[in-house]
Write a protein that binds this ligand. Structure first.
Ligand code: SF4
Length: 257
């Protein structure tokens, strides 16, 4: 599935994106899909470079617009399998409106979002998923806005299958993507990834291993729910710890599988 002629890749040493791409391709391969019947679509950002390394027809589109392009492919060629690679800025900021409405419409797409909590490629600006207090180029004194919970947002907007893992959880992430590919309708697989250059350098997690450990043990969203659970407080609707998933069995809207 990899295009050898595009190597070496441009990802920083220790970046988690390669792991997520590998998990996704293993899941696609396990479905028996081929480069002839599978299309990868992306927007802009580090995560969105992914289709350029894959041997198949792919669309590397404009910032935030991967889902509209992918919707167009699926509607015009419902026989093709369509997978979107995106990042937290691409999906939840510029493409936020497309994201929630694609969930609501239950378009038959599988979206793999590499969430590194920051805009990596464009210089480390804060994204809608930057945790409270985290430092970025645009939040030098710490982010003072609450982040989106992407998985909970997708569930609330009507997505058929939603899962969240990290690049540390290779087997679980691969299975979650596979489950998403099998599920008709809209699937979001949120893959939290380490970004030692962008997020890590600004937040004292420079080494990739340090950020992986932080993701695994101290992911902000997970911490929040764990603290509430430990305090015996009821979790709010949409509370979505790492590793949990929601699957509905709604038919995909207007698009035969
Ligand atoms: Fe990976 Fe971050 Fe480097 Fe982008 S900036 S390639 S997300 S480590």
């Amino acid at each position: 599935w990899f295009r050898q002629d595009r190597l070496p890749h441009i990802y920083c040493t220790g970046c988690g994106n390669g792991t997520v791409i590998n998990c996704t391709l293993n899941a696609v391969n396990s479905m028996g899909w081929t480069p002839e019947n599978t299309v990868f679509v992306s927007g802009i950002g580090c995560s969105s470079r992914a289709p350029g390394y894959i041997v198949t027809d792919s669309l590397h589109t404009t910032h935030g617009r991967a889902i509209p392009f992918a919707t167009g492919v699926k509607l015009s060629r419902p026989d093709l399998h369509v997978v979107v690679f995106t990042g937290d800025g691409d999906l939840a900021a510029i493409g936020g409106n497309h994201f929630i409405h694609a969930c609501r419409r239950n378009i038959d797409l599988t979206v793999v979002c590499m969430n590194n909590y920051i805009y990596g490629m464009t210089g480390g600006q804060g994204s809608p998923c930057t945790p409270l207090g985290a430092v970025s180029t645009t939040t030098p004194y710490g982010c003072n806005e609450p982040p989106f919970d992407l998985a909970a947002l997708a569930v609330a907007a009507g997505a058929n299958h939603v899962a969240r893992w990290t690049s540390y959880h290779v087997k679980e992430l691969t299975k979650a993507v596979r489950d998403g590919l099998e599920t008709p309708g809209f699937s979001l697989i949120e893959a939290v990834v380490q970004c030692p250059t962008g997020y890590g350098r600004k937040n004292k997690l420079r080494e990739a291993g340090a950020m992986v450990g932080w993701m695994r043990d101290h992911a902000v969203l997970r911490q929040r729910w764990q603290r509430m659970q430990e305090a015996g407080e009821p979790l709010p609707p949409g509370a979505f710890p790492v590793g949990e998933f929601v699957r509905r069995n709604l038919p995909a809207t207007g698009v035969p599988k």
